[in-house]
Ligand binder design. Structure first.
Ligand code: PEP
Ligand code: MG
Length: 321
């Protein structure tokens, strides 16, 4: 069984009716590139760069970051690498700083912290931009929720670019900038983000946390963390459809993307790009190869109309059989 799955490594991910699907890898450290390639990833859909920061007291400087990003980009041989800027705060803390936030998940986290620490942010942006001259690189911003934050972020990126131009350091001038869709406010005002940015990546881990008011790190409410809640399904369908209609690339990089029981559901909603832990890639690919999109669209419509959990589970089972 395992050997059979392993043979799918270099088989293209295409549904039975011929629709190609992009299966990318999530990584946390540069060393994981090899495993991603081994499992047939066609790119890195999410490099959680904050892991360069964890379990240490000092911050990696621009040079150290440049090395780390270069390793990933060179390792992927021209395949796309999406580097997410630091998502620090909340569950991913620096050892020393910012420990005392009264409510870390709603506090100075991710892009909010980066904008509050412009020196740190600038060093990271310069490191990513410099590495972008070595291969196909994109920048992903976590936790964006307002127009003002988008503008400030784009200004910082432009500032970083200008500083490199002044020093004659090469970088990709037309590098694509995207945002995580992981806050309900972002999902519900998506046009704003699509106007100013190049691509979207849905973070279901946080989108579920913030939509259902379930702390993703609190075990006492873990049983309520429900990807199949009708509110989540409708939000996801809406994001994917709006982006597709606008011609903006959209992926899911939260855990949902790596769970084969949701593969058909997400394909049916129109998702064509999934990013997940490398070890999930082949199981999801097998599901893609087994799926036929024309056969599932009616069931998807039914699932999106349903609101009783039993009904949704029954329909999902039907979809997957
Ligand atoms: C997410 O929120 O779904 C996500 C991919 O980001 P992280 O899990 O790193 O918050
Ligand atoms: Mg997140």
């Amino acid at each position: 069984e395992k050997r059979k799955l392993w043979r799918l490594r270099f088989v293209a991910a295409v549904t039975r009716d011929g629709t190609p699907v992009d299966l990318l890898a999530n990584i946390e450290l540069p060393q994981e590139v090899e495993r991603a390639k081994e499992h047939g990833a066609t790119g890195i859909g999410l490099f959680r760069s904050e892991f360069l920061f964890l379990n240490r007291d000092d911050l990696p400087d621009e040079e150290e970051q440049f090395e780390a990003y270069s390793t990933v980009i060179k390792g992927m041989n021209g395949s796309p690498v999406i580097i997410r800027t630091f998502d620090l705060g909340a569950d991913k803390n620096l050892r020393s700083a910012y420990r005392m936030a009264p409510n870390p998940a709603l506090g100075l986290r991710a892009i909010r912290m980066s904008l509050a620490e412009p020196g740190m942010f600038l060093a990271q942006l310069r490191a990513i931009l410099r590495a972008s001259s070595l291969g196909h690189t994109q920048i992903l911003i976590p936790m964006l929720s307002s127009s003002r934050e988008v503008d400030q972020t784009l200004q910082m990126i432009e500032f970083a670019k200008q500083s490199l131009r002044d020093e004659n350091k090469p970088f990709n001038e037309t590098i694509k900038i995207g945002c995580m869709v992981e806050i309900p406010a972002t999902a519900l005002s998506l046009e704003l983000f699509m106007r100013k940015l190049d691509f979207l990546s849905i973070g279901t881990n946080d989108l579920i946390q913030y939509t259902l008011a379930i702390d993703r790190t609190d075990e006492t409410v873990a049983h309520l963390f429900d990807p199949l809640h009708p509110a989540i399904l409708r939000l996801l369908a809406r994001i994917i459809q709006s982006a597709t209609k606008a011609g903006i690339p959209v992926s899911i990089c939260g855990e949902m993307a790596g769970d084969a029981k949701y593969t058909r559901l997400l394909l049916g909603m129109g998702l064509r790009q999934f990013s997940m832990y490398p070890t999930q890639l082949l199981t999801v690919k097998r599901e893609v190869l087994d799926s036929s999109l024309p056969d599932i669209s009616r069931l998807i419509q039914k699932i999106l109309k349903a609101d009783e959990p039993e009904k949704i589970h029954d329909l999902l089972q039907k979809l997957n059989s």
